[in-house]
Design a protein around this ligand. Structure first.
Ligand SMILES: [Zn+2]
Ligand SMILES: [Zn+2]
Length: 209
């Protein structure tokens, strides 16, 4: 499998392309403001993007969705509980003057906890990990976790943005859903560098005890 990280935008958000080499199929996860960089990566890659699946719908993670839905003619999926977060996207955008107007994308379908996420011959699992937002999901593929804004290297997501609940719920769901995975599983967060389950279990100050 191929995981390509494309960071960018004013929040330095990480967009990911997750691909299956054997079939040449790929998905786009969290396409943000860095539309040109993402487009360049797609054009220079042999992979064919078949769908957009988001971890959650904060503006820095959805700013590019409508552009790529149109350009590639592909559907967009989220967890149902993040629909209310997406519904207030236009209002949220106004709070950040540096952010250009973002067209709110239409959702084509919902994903659920425990569901299989298929990319060509590759099969992953969808995990609902709420706290940072109501409908936040992570994607687990054989040794790799696309974690969105749940856990970062040495930190965790905020709980004071739209859809955020409490630090207890966030750290509780990270421990229950992600830290139970093998220590050598690689974590690819929505911001900043990648890390591993083992490192975060051992040294993340928010996840001790
Ligand atoms: Zn977020
Ligand atoms: Zn984010």
């Amino acid at each position: 499998m191929i995981i390509t990280c494309i960071p960018g935008g004013i929040f330095m958000e990480n967009c990911y392309i997750v691909g299956d080499e054997a079939s040449g199929e790929a998905i786009l996860v969290d396409p943000g403001e860095q539309i040109n960089e993402i487009r360049e990566e797609i054009n220079s890659s042999e992979l064919k993007i078949t769908k957009i699946v988001n971890t959650h719908t904060h503006l820095d993670h959805v700013a590019g969705v409508q552009t790529f839905k149109k350009e590639l003619g592909i559907p967009f999926y989220i967890h149902k509980e993040d629909q209310p977060v997406l519904d207030v996207l236009t209002e949220a955008t106004k709070r950040y003057p540096g952010f250009e107007f973002v067209e709110k994308p239409d959702v084509d379908g919902y994903v659920e906890d425990g569901e299989t996420l298929t990319i060509g011959n590759l099969k992953g699992q969808i995990l609902h990990v709420p706290g940072h937002s109501w409908g936040h999901v992570c994607f687990v593929f054989d040794g790799h976790i696309i974690a969105g804004d749940t856990v970062f290297a040495g930190s965790v997501g905020r709980v004071d943005l739209t859809g955020g609940t409490s630090m207890e719920e966030l750290t509780g769901s990270i421990k229950k859903k992600l830290l139970v995975l093998p220590d050598d599983y690689q974590i690819y967060p929505g911001h900043g560098p990648s890390t591993t389950v083992g490192i975060e279990k051992q040294s993340n100050p928010f996840l001790q005890g």
